[in-house]
Design a protein around this ligand. Structure first.
Ligand SMILES: NC(=O)c1ccc[n+]([C@@H]2O[C@H](COP(=O)([O-])OP(=O)(O)OC[C@H]3O[C@@H](n4cnc5c(N)ncnc54)[C@H](O)[C@@H]3O)[C@@H](O)[C@H]2O)c1
Length: 485
């Protein structure tokens, strides 16, 4: 291990108090050249976008293997008991320890490797190429840029490549925007059933690609999974009425395509797989005093919700050392998106309060948990970025615990924002779903908290309608059922 002192006068210009240990990666993963691929998979499990250093018996650096290298080898049919040296990158990025003592740095100081998926690490080696320590590239570059004005190297750190199936939809388009802002590489597969322009503004972005195809096609599935590090599966026929209108299409996408993608991921070692289930699985389940948690009994009352239960089971049954899915049971989502939906209760109320000056309430005493679409995207990202052992094989409710409301209360909230809005109550609940949920589990596991409120969303919709950004909210594309029936 290089001492702190070595670097005090070196290129990083670190002072002792800067704690050099910040950029050194402890407990780094090494394997011997004759270890197997299978051992590599096991070692990398949970280290999202990880890299293994391959060494000889004297700890000399021979190469590196990333999780991407391992996955590509499986696609090429390399057996799991092959030697890891057969698939390693023999020309990795590294730096000689002497270079770190110099006052300035230019391209010749770092040995830039040939192929770099993501040079997340830079091994520091002695003259004989024996590994002394491993530097975290991102933190290293951060310090260099801040402290060394001569710094001219662009190592092009690449963030993981995330596949979002159904990424052009209501939740997917908001999520895509947030992940692109965070520099993730994004691949979308979506057959664009509704809004054609939800991803338009990303078309020119280098780290973005869109495959306009049906995820039910096995060829599309295999192509989609090439070169990705994680999958977020949102593509479905969404909602009770839409699934009732297209029951077979729903079965194909929501259950069969999902199960098949999970199988492929499990085969290809794409460990991170996030699936958006729904609190609809609780169905007619009102336990008026207590909120439901993930262990509460399920009582699905629609084709859509029954398929969610089936899909959850299919995912969990497929999990193994190479595949660790996370299931997020979303409350009813609300708020503006790049693909707006006016078939969700808060959004319908906002639309009708503005354009019709009144909302219709059927029944009204049914309880519903709610969550803003921005919070859903944040919850997905938080899950994606959390240590795998905290989220693998878990089911989490995603709701705003302060926003379990009856439909009557939602109507009253709408009336407060849209002055003059009338509430018309009709007998009998058209929708029998009735439940309150809590999201304590995800808060305790990874610290996710919902921050947006229904009031935020109603005010935002009011602005959008007043500015005439949406002139006709009754167009088919704003309703899944109207588009599909
Ligand atoms: N919006 C909610 O209130 C809510 C609540 C609970 C759970 N969810 C879940 O969240 C996920 C996303 O929902 P959303 O509200 O964004 O819905 P959405 O309908 O806006 O998005 C679904 C996307 O999937 C695409 N798609 C559908 N079938 C496809 C296929 N065969 N191949 C490729 N693309 C296909 C559609 O074109 C659409 O862009 C779904 O799994 C849904 O069950 C949503």
């Amino acid at each position: 291990m290089i001492s702190d002192m070595t670097l005090v006068t070196g290129i990083l210009g670190l002072q002792k108090k800067d704690s050099f240990s910040k950029i050194i990666m402890k407990n780094y993963i090494y394997l011997k050249f004759n270890d197997t691929l299978e051992k590599g998979f096991k070692k990398l499990k949970g280290s999202f976008g990880g890299v293994i250093c391959i060494v000889d018996n004297k700890n000399k650096l021979l190469g590196t293997v990333s999780d991407g290298d391992l996955r590509r080898s499986i696609l090429k049919g390399v057996p799991l008991n092959s030697k890891i040296e057969d698939v390693m990158n023999k020309n990795p990025t590294f730096i000689y320890s002497d270079e770190l003592k110099k006052k300035s740095l230019n391209k010749s100081n770092i040995n830039l490797g040939k192929t770099m998926d993501r040079p997340l690490i830079i091994p520091v080696v002695d003259k004989k190429k024996k590994i002394l320590s491993i530097i975290n590239s991102e933190k290293f570059l951060d310090i260099l840029v801040k402290k060394n004005h001569n710094y001219k190297i662009n190592l092009k750190l690449k963030k993981p490549h995330v596949l979002i199936v159904g990424g052009a939809g209501y939740i997917g388009s908001v999520l895509t925007s947030k992940l692109i802002k965070k520099n993730y590489r994004i691949k979308i597969v979506d057959k664009i059933l509704y809004e054609k322009n939800s991803l338009k503004k990303f078309n020119k972005i280098k780290n973005f690609s869109l495959i306009k195809k049906d995820i039910c096609d096995p060829e599309v599935q295999i192509n989609a999974l090439k070169d990705v590090d994680a999958v977020i599966f949102l593509a479905e026929i969404v909602g009770d009425p839409s699934c009732a209108a297209k029951p077979e299409d729903a079965l194909k996408t929501n259950y069969i395509a999902l199960s098949s993608m999970a199988n492929l991921c499990s085969y290809m070692n794409i460990n991170r797989f996030i699936y958006t289930s729904s609190c609809s699985v609780y169905g007619a389940n009102n336990n008026s005093k207590n909120t439901l948690d993930e262990s509460s009994p399920l009582n699905p009352i629609s084709h859509y919700a029954r398929m969610k239960v089936l899909s959850e089971k299919a995912l969990l049954s497929q999990s193994n050392i190479l595949f660790s899915p996370t299931i997020l049971r979303l409350a009813t989502v609300y708020g503006p998106s790049f693909r707006n939906r006016f078939d969700l209760v808060v959004n319908i109320f906002a639309r009708d309060a503005h354009f019709k000056k009144g909302v219709k309430v059927f029944g009204g005493n049914q309880w519903r948990p709610n969550i803003h679409v921005e919070d859903v995207a944040n919850a997905i990202i938080k899950t994606l970025e959390s240590p795998l052992n905290k989220v693998e094989k878990q089911i989490f409710n995603i709701s705003n615990d302060k926003e379990n409301y009856s439909i009557n209360e939602l109507a009253k909230k709408t009336k407060k924002i849209f002055k003059g809005c009338k509430i018309k109550t009709l007998k009998g609940a058209a929708d029998k779903r009735d439940y309150k949920v809590n999201s304590k589990k995800i808060k305790n596991a990874i610290g996710f908290n919902a921050n947006y409120t229904i009031e935020n969303a109603l005010k935002k919709f009011k602005k959008i309608f007043e500015s005439k950004k949406i002139k006709n909210p009754n167009l088919k594309k704003f309703s899944n059922y109207d588009s599909l029936k």
